[in-house]
Design a protein. Structure first.
Length: 623
């Protein structure tokens, strides 16, 4: 067993060494299904940008992902398929001009759409897309007051009480909706055949509007208290929204490196007077094009790039596997990471007035939107390197100070900014993952793990005690923990176990209960696997198959808190060794979540990172 484990560690280390880019980073793709591919086609056709090679490549990829029932899905076992995504795909393929409505692909999609309620039953983002591109008319009753941005920050409900992700998407949407803007071309297809009741197609927002009513009423009530002439307030709000957007455009032209925010920004600029040929629009489109990555011979428009996340995790995993910090691969990786440390104030500082820049973001072009998870991941990677000279040590200390400053008042840690968790926004469809950024189990636990293992912090300090207490209160009755950014209960439970162990709490009854839960859900083949349906249903749903990543998470959690090799650990290790080269749908299955029921993430680097970490920790402890 010892030699088999070491051989697999060596194999994974070799793969990662050989895939490093010259700048020291790793560029494994960030794959999010076909939704961004669909939107990219619609954007290019709407702007009359004739990049036929890209459009045809995206068409091929979208077609290859269709299921036999005519649908497209967010993940393999999503039943009966995803209506909104299928509408998006149908629209994009038809608008591309390379598919006709009477061809098999679209006919089967049309049948699926109609049998599941038609466009009337689509989700809010798909309906926004249809409004913006002229497939539906903006309803008169849909009035979201853009004066929201003028509400002072001391009011409980204001623009800045949204999450930064919510703001960056909502700001352009507010401008578009305010102008009731839509853009059609002579080649815009007619989707009226996808409405079940075509006479009611312009009233399809009734259901959503009812869900928003309490939030909208609250906003309107506050706006009415603002001093000023309504017209002047409105114009001021328009200017402030545009200023908000322009101040957050990254050097590649994207809005905070997000595909969706950039997509909406382009239409918002058009809605407020920009021309399709204006430089800011051309640069934004080119920024989105730069995110295109070829996967298995097909082009995919990534939601964002993932260089920093990949590089921090891989550098750390290599070091845990025994690669010395002085190795050229680690030195190059850490130089890259240090070059990506943020030096500018971003939205995080709105609710963190005493904090100073020092965090890290997710993507290659991210300079003002750091997050806690990328920051602790990077700090893990550079922890030894930081001691090599005073400049590196200063970067390390700035990073640690920033992470500490981001702790929420409830004791947990969020992703992007402090205390952005107004429960009123969760009443909006998708608002619980789109508009708020509360403390999460995975980020809180991973932050505790970092401070315990990498800085040997005193876990009796009040800040860490509060975090531990917050984490323990979030344990489910069955012993598991839910998570925000991974799939899902396995990821959360792994994070909690490794965090509590690092903090010195491995003997708690909560830990024993979590170990029992992980043991109870192990598959007969020795592995673990969890469905994305867990995220949607709010309870653990097995995948009915094992994956390398889920197995590595569960195994690493058990290794962290066990004082001897248990049968579950032995079977988990054997699964990783026997299935190291597995190449089937389980490795394409999403392991990360972006927003519940909206998009999920397949990290191509995960099949190497997490097995390497689990096997390395197994080897360190017992071999």
């Amino acid at each position: 067993m010892k030699q088999q484990v070491q051989n697999e560690i060596n194999r994974l280390v070799s793969i990662l060494h050989n895939s490093q880019l010259p700048d020291g980073s790793w560029e494994y793709p960030f794959e999010t299904g076909v939704i961004t591919d669909c939107y990219m086609i619609i954007l290019l056709r709407s702007l009359k940008i004739h990049d036929e090679e890209l459009i045809l490549g995206l068409v091929r990829r979208i077609k290859s992902k269709q299921y036999r029932d005519g649908s497209w899905r967010l993940f393999r076992d999503e039943a009966p398929g995803n209506l909104s995504l299928t509408i998006d795909a149908y629209y994009a393929l038809l608008y591309s001009g390379y598919e006709k409505g009477n061809e098999k692909v679209l006919k089967e999609a049309e049948r699926f759409i109609k049998s599941n309620g038609g466009i009337e039953k689509a989700g809010i983002l798909t309906k926004l897309l249809l409004l913006i591109t002229g497939q539906m008319k903006w309803p008169a009753y849909l009035k979201i007051p853009i004066e929201l941005i003028l509400i002072p920050k001391f009011f409980p409900l204001n623009f800045y009480s949204l999450s930064v992700f919510g703001r960056s998407n909502l700001a352009p949407i507010l401008l578009i909706a305010d102008q009731k803007f839509s853009l059609k071309t002579e080649n815009t297809p007619d989707l009226s055949n996808l409405f079940i009741n075509n006479e009611r197609k312009n009233h399809a927002f009734v259901r959503e509007a009812a869900n928003w009513s309490s939030v909208l009423d609250e906003i309107k009530g506050i706006v009415e208290q603002l001093a000023g002439i309504p017209e002047e307030l409105h114009e001021q709000a328009q200017r402030k929204l545009k200023d908000y957007i322009f101040q957050r455009i990254e050097y590649d032209g994207t809005l905070l490196s997000y595909f969706s925010a950039t997509f909406f920004m382009i239409f918002a600029l058009l809605a407020t007077g920009s021309k399709q040929t204006d430089p800011e629009i051309a640069k934004a489109v080119n920024g989105l094009k730069a995110m295109v990555y070829t996967i298995d011979g097909a082009q995919h428009c990534q939601y964002t790039t993932v260089h920093v996340w990949n590089t921090s995790l891989i550098s750390y995993a290599l070091q845990e596997a025994g690669v010395h910090p002085s190795h050229h691969s680690i030195r190059r990786a850490n130089r890259f990471l240090l070059s990506k440390q943020h030096t500018r104030y971003g939205d995080w500082s709105i609710h963190n007035v005493s904090g100073k820049p020092g965090g890290w973001g997710f993507s290659n072009s991210n300079t003002i939107n750091p997050d806690v998870d990328d920051s602790t991941a990077t700090l893990r990677a550079i922890r030894t390197y930081a001691a090599s000279d005073s400049a590196n040590r200063h970067s390390w200390e700035k990073g640690i100070s920033w992470v500490i400053s981001m702790q929420n008042d409830d004791g947990g840690w969020p992703a992007f900014e402090r205390n952005a968790d107004n429960p009123l926004f969760s009443m909006i469809p998708g608002g619980d993952t789109f508009l708020i950024d509360p403390s999460s189990v995975d980020l809180t636990a991973r932050t505790l793990e970092f401070f315990g293992s990498c800085t040997h912090a005193d876990m009796e300090k009040r800040a860490f005690k509060r975090a531990i207490q917050w984490l323990l209160r979030r344990q489910e009755n069955n012993g598991s923990w839910n998570s925000r950014w991974g799939i899902n209960y396995i990821y959360g439970t792994w994070a909690a176990l490794t965090g509590l162990n690092s903090a010195g709490y491995q003997n708690l009854s909560a830990v024993k209960k979590a170990v029992q839960w992980l043991s109870s859900i192990q598959n007969p083949d020795g592995g673990w696997g969890e469905s994305c349906n867990s995220d949607i249903q709010g309870e653990y749903i097995p995948l009915q198959a094992s994956t390398l990543t889920h197995t590595a998470w569960a195994l690493d959690g058990l290794i962290a808190v066990s004082d001897h090799i248990t049968p579950e650990i032995s079977k988990g290790v054997n699964f990783l060794l026997k299935n190291a080269d597995i190449d089937n749908w389980t490795e394409d299955y999403p392991k990360g979540q972006g927003a519940a029921g909206l998009f999920y993430i397949h990290y191509h680097s995960y099949r190497y990172i997490w097995p390497l970490l689990a096997l390395s920790h197994y080897s360190q402890k017992w071999l």
